[in-house]
Ligand binder design. Structure first.
Ligand code: SF4
Length: 886
């Protein structure tokens, strides 16, 4: 058996970890794959988190879109390209260039992004191309441009290891950027770095931190305005830096004084004890090497841009930027959000960090030799889909993203797509919520088949390399767009035959008439040969032609504004508008440790799905009690635009008055818990256009089903009984939890069309119905329903899916739901890397009297790989010790 190892990059978060993918030619389709962290990649130095470790689980053909389709029929690529080109051209001919739009994604490679942006902004004559990064970090982009004069992150990952204080603002780094968090914790161990967390929730990032400010959501700007005032009053000012390298302090300080005049005022606005604010300010005041890390908690707000500038302001005041171990640091959510920013994937950017100033438009026009150059910004995501709704945009092409569930106001957006004249979707997944609404579906290459580059949060460009052949008729996105451009009539301007070809042009544009004026410049890479592109090592930008390699930015105190000075920006924190919505609780939303976006990939992995098996509403005990909610029960959540059902998790990690739902579940995985349908699109940052996904008024009440149950099946069916259901991957199939109202449903009505002979059991007095489907002793599915509770555990029944034929004892015991031999049900997974469930963990802690994470690691290996589960292991140990003491 031969093996080959390919150096590539993880497709999930913005840390951008290097991955070594080893393919064994063992006769399986495409070869079986194992992955490990690339020890030579500067982002992760050999480590991977649980999502990266379980990448091989997501590589199967299950659910892949493998052929082009036009109007519901399989088509050849020639037919599909002609259909896309024809419909876009006709729409423009009839209704003008602004009647078409593209909505793309931080999942695209830089080369995909570059070609799509060039086609739209240079050749279709509109700037209507926006990206789902609008929902992720548009506020950071806008804040950087206001403060630095360029969207250029100052620091590097190494600065986290050189800092003495790390402030995490609105960032659950432990779950959302796990490898970066591990680097922070290692630095803390080595040099006693202090960590403060500013977050309404007590997240995993709080574990081991020196301070946690459980701030009222949306008040971060007031906290940093108050810090600016505090630092100024205490004389913690780098007077020389401020005088020589900045502008605008006086007005900014005046605004901050009006907004946050005293610690007491800040404490009241932020709903924090004054002593916590004092402690945080003192820590910041006395520590020079500070890195302030921020992500979606700051960005996904209707005052996100102002909050970013409030953070930048304190770094400017203290001159804590451009030197080792200090600076503000926006970490991106997606693998190539940064690459999208480089090529102009946002509707208000042009390309290569240029905007829509006339000289910039002219420069790009000349470089591209573009016949129909866009001269003004296009529609940002929320406005783009409103334009679809209102019929102003009549043809929309969605690439590698799922706005029908991920955008706020998703209910209305879905209706808009339903009535849109032309919806084109390029995706590697066949059955996405958006794909279901498409007229034309184009199969895109998946992660293991893609070839190109991505840029991570600290400006490092890495190669993503294909290590498997293209599946079915899937094609790379850059190739698809190139073919469409040629079919429309732009063959000369789209000559690309390889991703290297595209990359060279992208690099050349970055250097074109740059002369040091623009931060983004990779001119040194513009002449790479194909062979050099193939072997390109991780390369941070800027990389100016003939210049010295640059790593940390602003080291000389010069910024990218016209006069080279950083800009203080006056910030006034203000209440967030959400006029139509009412509710006694405030809904926050975000990511879980082991899932990614809308679960189209991570949802395929049984291990990853076992960490949080169902969508859970986190709620404080007092709020739960007031509403009659119990831990593990169900809740109905309602807003002015939608409703949801979710499992309840009662936790003191939530502030009273606030609840949290994960963002990942879609109609494919649950009957009703789509965050985009609960959150409206009213509250949008006025500068960046980024929607507020962190503060939505909701009402919550107990949902008491008349019956509960579960279905274990080889097929990914979607129940339609109208109540609650939630599906997750298990080895060999799927486990679906069920609940409903009224009488127990008729088993034949719930048959789902399974093949095989059926075996039934019913107990009318106890309200129990059970059925199993078997084909030649192989279990196809089993359904357990009960109106009186008392359902069996799922572990043994799930294991039966892995058996080719059931033994006689298992067959006899099947409808009892209980294993004929004793077995440990792992329960919810805690450690995804080694598959350690909560039940095995608790049993080991109790029987072996384990008292530390290290002892648990020695006994079970749990927590010894990526470390993401360590905070949960600590909680389980603490719970066990509390029980023991009690
Ligand atoms: Fe992938 Fe995890 Fe690294 Fe993020 S931290 S890039 S998800 S391995």
């Amino acid at each position: 058996m031969s093996e080959r190892t390919v150096r590539t990059t993880c497709p999930y978060c913005g840390v951008g970890c290097g991955v070594l993918a080893t393919v064994a030619e063992d006769g399986s389709l495409g070869g079986s794959v194992t992955v490990r962290g690339d020890p030579d990649h500067p982002a992760n130095k050999g480590r991977l988190c649980s999502k990266g470790t379980n990448l091989p689980d997501t590589l199967g053909l299950e659910g892949r879109l493998l052929h082009p389709e036009v109007d519901g029929r399989r088509a050849t690529w020639d037919e599909a390209i002609a259909a896309v080109a024809g419909r876009l051209s006709q729409t423009i001919e009839r209704h003008g260039p602004d009647s078409v739009a593209l909505y793309v994604s931080g999942q695209l490679l830089t080369e995909d992004y570059y070609v799509a942006n060039k086609l739209v902004k240079g050749f279709l004559g509109t700037a209507n191309i926006d990206t789902n990064s609008r929902l992720c970090m548009a506020s950071s982009v806008a804040g950087h441009k206001r403060g630095f004069g360029a969207d250029a992150v100052p620091v590097t990952y190494e600065d986290l290891e050189l800092a003495n204080l790390i402030v995490l603002v609105g960032s659950n780094l432990a779950w959302c950027h796990p490898i970066l968090h591990q680097r922070v914790l290692a630095a803390r161990q080595a040099r006693e770095t202090r960590i403060f967390v500013v977050d309404p929730r007590r997240t995993a990032a709080v574990d081991g931190a020196d301070g946690h400010l459980a701030i009222r959501p949306g008040t971060d700007a007031a906290l940093f305005n108050g810090l600016l005032v505090h630092l100024a009053d205490r004389g913690v000012i780098d007077a020389r830096f401020v005088a020589e390298n900045t502008a605008g302090l006086a007005k900014t300080l005046e605004a901050a004084r009006a907004d946050a005049p005293s610690v007491e005022q800040v404490a009241a606005v932020c709903d924090l004890p004054a002593e916590q604010v004092v402690a945080f300010y003192a820590e910041f005041e006395t520590t020079r090497r500070v890195v302030t890390v921020y992500s979606q908690g700051v960005n996904q707000s209707s005052q996100g841009t102002d909050t970013v500038n409030a953070i930048l302001n304190v770094h400017f005041l203290t001159g804590r930027i451009g030197q080792p171990g200090m600076g503000p640091f926006s970490v991106t959510g997606q693998p190539n959000a940064m690459g999208g920013r480089e090529v102009g994937g946002l509707a208000n950017q042009l390309a290569a960090h240029m905007g829509f100033e006339p000289e910039e438009v002219d420069r790009v026009r000349r470089f591209w030799n573009a016949p129909a150059m866009a001269t003004k910004p296009g529609l940002k995501a929320v406005d783009l889909f409103r334009a679809v709704d209102e019929g102003r945009v009549r043809a929309v092409w969605v690439m590698a993203t799922n706005p029908a569930v991920s955008m706020p106001g998703a209910g209305r957006l879905r209706q808009a797509l339903e009535k849109c004249e032309t919806v084109i979707v390029s995706d590697c997944i066949a059955d996405t919520d958006t794909g279901r609404l498409a007229h034309i579906r184009l199969p895109a290459a998946g992660w293991s088949e893609k070839d190109g580059t991505v840029t991570n949060s600290d400006r490092t460009i890495s190669r993503q390399r294909a290590f498997r052949p293209l599946s079915g008729e899937a094609r790379p996105d850059w190739w698809i767009v190139t073919q469409v451009a040629r079919a429309i009539g732009f063959a000369e301007a789209f000559p690309y035959e390889t991703p290297a070809h595209v990359f060279r042009e992208h690099a050349a544009l970055s250097a074109f008439e740059n002369g040091g004026a623009r931060a983004f410049d990779i001119g040194d890479l513009a002449d790479l040969t194909d062979a050099e592109f193939e072997t390109l090592a991780p390369a941070p930008w800027p990389r100016r032609l003939g210049g010295e390699p640059t790593r940390r930015l602003y080291t000389d105190g010069r910024f990218f504004t016209a006069d080279g000075r950083a800009r203080f920006v006056p910030v006034t924190s203000r209440p967030l508008p959400r006029s139509r919505s009412t509710g006694s609780l405030m809904l926050n939303s975000g990511r879980l440790r082991d899932q990614w976006h809308t679960m189209t990939r991570t949802g395929l992995s049984p291990r990853l799905s076992a960490h949080a098996p169902e969508p859970c509403l986190d709620i404080h005990p007092a709020d739960a009690e007031a509403r009659g909610l119990t831990d593990g029960g169900l809740a109905r959540i309602a807003t002015s635009v939608g409703t949801a059902l979710a499992r309840v998790r009662v936790t003191e990690a939530q502030r009273p008055g606030e609840v949290f739902l994960p963002m990942h579940w879609t109609d494919r995985f649950t009957g009703s818990c789509v965050i985009g349908r609960l959150v409206d699109d009213e509250a949008v940052d006025p500068v960046s256009g980024q929607p507020d996904l962190k503060r939505m008024p909701v009402t919550v009440e107990a949902y008491a089903p008349a019956w509960t149950g579960f279905l274990i099946t080889r097929e990914a069916v979607e129940p339609s009984h109208g109540g609650y259901w939630s599906r997750r991957a298990v080895p060999g199939g799927h486990l679906i939890e069920l609940a409903g109202e009224g009488a127990l449903p008729d088993l034949d009505a719930l048959a789902f069309g399974f093949a095989g002979a059926t075996v039934d059991y019913s107990d009318g007095a106890r309200g129990i119905l059970r059925r199993a489907w078997l084909t030649h002793d192989r279990l196809e599915a089993c359904l357990f329903l009960s109106a009186s509770g008392g359902l069996p555990g799922r572990g043994w029944l799930v294991e039966l899916l892995s058996a080719e034929a059931l033994e006689a004892p298992a067959r006899r015991a099947l409808l009892s739901g209980r294993s004929p031999v004793p077995m440990v049900d792992e329960g919810r997974t805690v450690c995804s890397c080694f598959g350690v469930g909560i039940n095995r963990l608790v049993a080991a802690i109790q029987s072996q009297r384990l008292t530390t994470v290290q002892e648990v690691g020695q006994a079970l290996k749990a927590g010894t790989n990526c470390g993401s589960c360590i905070p949960e292991i600590k909680e389980v140990i603490a719970d066990a010790q509390r029980c023991h003491v009690a």
